[in-house]
Design a protein around this ligand. Sequence first.
Ligand SMILES: [Zn+2]
Length: 348
Amino acid sequence: MKLSIIICFTIATAGLILNIKHTNPYFDPKKSHHTATGFKNPYLISNDQRKSFSDLFKMMITKRPNPKIDEVKQLDLDSLSQKIKKGKNFITWVGHSTMLLHVNGKTVLTDPIFSDRCSPVQFLGPKRYLAPSIKIKSLPKIDLIVISHSHYDHLDKNSVKNLGKDSSTIWFVPLGLKTWFNDIGIQNVFEMDWFEEQKTSNINIICLPSQHWSKRSLLKSFDTLWSSWFIKIGAFKFWFAGDTGYNEIQFKQIGDIYGPFDLTAIPIGAYEPRWFMKNFHINPKESISIHKDVKSKKSIGMHFGTFVLTTEPVLEPIEKIKSLVAEDKSFEGEFVIPETGIFYTIDL
Ligand SMILES: [Zn+2]
């Protein structure tokens, strides 16, 4: 048995044995996603919220792809500064769920991860096979950053610490994560519950649902909230899906209340095996359903092509999205699978 499997097995066992009950200081019994000990997904039955030990172990020993290191097409830094200087509107995929968006003079980053591994330690854990398209130190000034949840592939301590050196950057995080930021010296943080809104110079930020979970330590899970984010910059409407499973209710609700969106970023990868992933990670078919449910005019894929987290072949999400788009002409040209190093122009 591989060393990494033995370590994962030991951690999972210890976690299950030692799992302590956290008290949720935000608990509001009127809210269907709150519990006295943390948070839950209102549209999953309770048996589907957590995995059993045997399921965890079965998943751990399932064979995963082993892709070769992909050569990354870097973002051209001169073009980047020219575009920002000239007020051009664009989005570019940095890797995984990290999107760099520049619209109406504001620069936004989502779930920044620039580390080599998405793991509590940098000597073990999923290692990226695609480098970020830009070095963290080469990023332009970032006005705001949204974080979807506490998992290591979305909340990367090294990246956050680095980006936190600019104290003018504003961070938006779901309930329960603010203390984590404060503890590493970042104070400019808004912590929000689903459907709460913040306004800051020409930008409205609304924290919205996703169907997921959270875990960052051995002893706690479901202790902090997960979310998607609606960012309105002037009249431009962007929705970042975060990491999510599908249900028939929440995305239609987002579309009905807040849509249509000019642009959305939707995960397309990390969905197999379905018996394990289905409740928390959408597959490409569901990515398209979400694109339609939220009434997105244009969507860009993310959460693929960077780390091996699950068992599907690494190119499968791309092929599946392409064939779904080919089958249904009703949304032709609306769903983009991004490549690194490309500026996708946003026409306002
Ligand atoms: Zn993820």
